[in-house]
Design a protein around this ligand. Structure first.
Ligand code: AMP
Length: 218
């Protein structure tokens, strides 16, 4: 039976960084719906064409598209023992669909890791974020700079600022989070898998909090 991990929290709290690290530590695939959508946009696929403008505006891509992408991803062999979701689910409808999908497979949610961080800190982190165009590694110009400016330490790829990390779009994404995604906190809150983790401090500190919560969960 597969056990899956979910990260909850506003854009910029460190979900991507922490989900990548957790996936590596426990040997499960990192499933970021945002990364999958960006790959679709780059490849020019039908989904990418539909999603591009929505993503640039900071709004959410339609639930049915996302649920379809996730359902297909879970069919790949490497998802057989579980995945670490990042950026999914993002609406109550998606959370319901995930529950149905997992019930159909006899799978469980091992942990819901809710990372919490003050709004001012979130804006600071998002506006300084840089992402490797090749491997997706995440940096911050002040808090986690690469050894050579603009170049990924991991693979030598070029570091870019995401289109949706511009200040106006950041504000829109935070507003969308409040209305569409924050209700998921109440949705998962009373489950034993739910863990609230402070997103403050260095990535290493946050990660050790997550590992502790996950050890309890396993
Ligand atoms: P992220 O990389 O997780 O911040 O996602 C970037 C953008 O992709 C979001 O602002 C949305 O437009 C879209 N997106 C990613 N995941 C989802 C999801 N689960 N539901 C709807 N839209 C999503």
């Amino acid at each position: 039976m597969a056990k899956h991990f979910i990260f909850l929290g506003a854009p910029g709290v460190g979900k991507g960084t922490q989900a990548q690290r957790l996936a590596q530590l426990i040997g499960l695939p990192h499933v970021s719906t945002g990364d999958m959508l960006r790959a679709s946009v780059q490849s020019g696929s039908a989904i990418g064409v539909r999603a591009a403008a929505v993503m640039e505006s900071g709004a959410l891509v339609g639930d049915e598209i996302i649920i379809g992408i996730v359902a297909e991803r879970l069919l790949l062999p490497d998802a057989a023992t579980g995945v670490v979701f990042d950026g999914f689910p993002r609406t109550i409808h998606q959370a319901n669909a995930l529950d149905d999908l997992l019930a159909g497979r006899g799978d469980q949610i091992a942990a819901v890791l809710h990372i919490e961080l003050a709004d001012e800190e979130i804006v600071e982190r998002l506006s300084g974020r840089r992402v490797c165009a090749t491997c997706g590694a995440i940096y911050h110009i002040r808090y986690h700079p690469p050894a050579v400016e603009g170049i990924c330490d991991v693979c030598g790829g070029v570091l870019l600022q995401r289109e949706d990390d511009q200040p106006a779009v950041i504000r829109k994404r935070l507003a969308v989070y409040q209305t569409e995604t924050a209700p998921l906190i109440a949705y998962y809150h009373d489950r034993s898998a739910y863990h609230l983790v402070s997103g403050e401090g260095e990535a290493d500190e946050v990660f050790s909090r997550i590992v502790k919560a996950v050890e309890v969960a396993r």
